[in-house]
Structure formats: C-alpha cells, structure tokens
Ligand binder design. Structure first.
Ligand SMILES: [Zn+2]
Length: 122
C-alpha cells in the first residue's frame, strides 16, 4: 500500500463520483434486478405503448440515446468501483500493467486511473 499519497482523499472523491454516477444512471435507467451491477436504459414512453408512429420513433430514438449514455456511465462506474476495490485490496495507486506507482497528478485528475502515464490507453 502506498504511503506517499493520501488514499482517504481519493477514496472520498471516488465515493462522491460513485454516488453522482448512480444518481445519473437512475434518472435514465434502472438496475437489472438479476444483476445489480448491470444498468438498463429506460424510456417510460416506449413502455407506455405510444401509437403515433412519429412520437414512437422519437421515443425509440430517445431510448437509443439513453442506452448509449447508460453504457458510458456504466463503464465509468465500473472503473470507480474497481478503484474502490483496489483501495480495499491495498493495491490502489499502482499501475495494473507495470506495477509502478501512478503519478500523483494523474490520480488527481482521475482517481480511478488504473495505469501510469506510460501505459495510458486513452
Ligand atoms: Zn505502467
């Protein structure tokens, strides 16, 4: 476990982000009952059985947009949850590729970062 960084501060940031992501997700989606880690986009209007074809097309488009947004939020939430798990495991702050400590400015910019700058994928 790293002692050169304040893990409690990063944990706090991660928990705040997790709560924000879950709040956003619950606005446009719902948890899959069988798998609480999985979120699905909801569009109440589609479920209501709109009969006007134009409204229906709009609703389907909205559902598609929501599905894309839910996918992005879900991916981010997964990274945040993984980071929280690494805190519990004592491996937080180490690059998952090289095992080198992740640069502090990188963690400051993204507390869920999994790699050092040399192994950044994005
Ligand atoms: Zn690395």
């Amino acid at each position: 476990m790293r002692t050169d960084i304040d893990i409690a501060t990063y944990k706090e940031k991660l928990l705040v982000e997790k709560a924000a992501l879950e709040a956003e997700l619950s606005e446009i989606g719902q948890k899959n009952e069988q798998n609480p880690d999985d979120w699905e986009a909801t569009s109440p209007d589609v479920n209501r059985g709109e009969t006007d074809p134009i409204d229906r097309a709009d609703n389907i488009e909205e559902l598609e947009n929501n599905t894309a947004i839910v996918g992005n939020l879900e991916t981010r939430l997964e990274h945040v949850n993984n980071a929280l798990e690494r805190i519990d495991a004592g491996t937080y702050g180490y690059c998952i590729v090289s095992n080198e400590p992740i640069e502090t400015d990188r963690l400051d910019a993204n507390p869920a970062a999994e790699t050092c700058k040399a192994h950044m994928e994005d």
